[in-house]
Write a protein that binds this ligand. Structure first.
Ligand code: HEC
Length: 131
């Protein structure tokens, strides 16, 4: 009898998305699972909320690596002051511990911008979705 290789679905997902983020396996698995849930082929753009849930939440939900936490108005206030364009640029290029596009190069710049808008507005910002 041929022995099956033991790989749980999580492990497979983690392996296939493993290169994407570059933090611990737990985060890959969480991000990868969420990502498959929102990815719709042929869709023009993803909502900021969907991108946040799929990619950014891995760090920003709990404040991993000192990421400004989702909904933390105090942490976000000085960032919001920098303005939508500056924050979006930082999120696209990466800044210190924050990887470019949150570690997901398949995101378009406007997907990233919508996620920035979503996070900033959840913390008291008044940013506007890009067209
Ligand atoms: C691997 C963890 C990680 C992921 C995933 C991640 N971030 Fe971050 N992010 C960070 C960290 C850490 C910082 C704090 C960087 C610093 O200032 O040192 C940060 C900071 C930021 C900032 C503030 C930038 C500034 O000018 O200080 C924005 C905006 C941001 N992230 C947006 C996003 C968006 C949008 C996503 C999803 C597309 C995302 N992040 C995904 C870790 C992450």
């Amino acid at each position: 009898m041929i022995r099956e290789r033991r790989s749980s679905p999580q492990r497979l997902l983690a392996a296939s998305f493993g290169g994407v983020v570059g933090v611990q396996g737990v985060l890959f698995a969480a991000g990868a699972l969420a990502q498959t849930a929102v990815e719709t082929p042929g869709q023009k753009g993803q909502s900021g909320q969907a991108v946040y849930a799929a990619v950014c939440a891995a760090c920003h939900a709990a404040g991993v690596l000192e990421a400004p936490k989702f909904g933390d108005a105090k942490a976000w206030a000085p960032l919001i002051k920098e303005g939508q364009k500056a924050l979006t640029q930082a999120a696209i290029r990466g800044i210190r511990q924050m990887p470019p596009k949150g570690g997901n190069p398949s995101l378009s710049n406007s997907d990233v911008e919508r996620a920035v808008v979503y996070m900033a507005n959840a913390a008291g910002g008044k940013f506007k979705d890009p067209r």
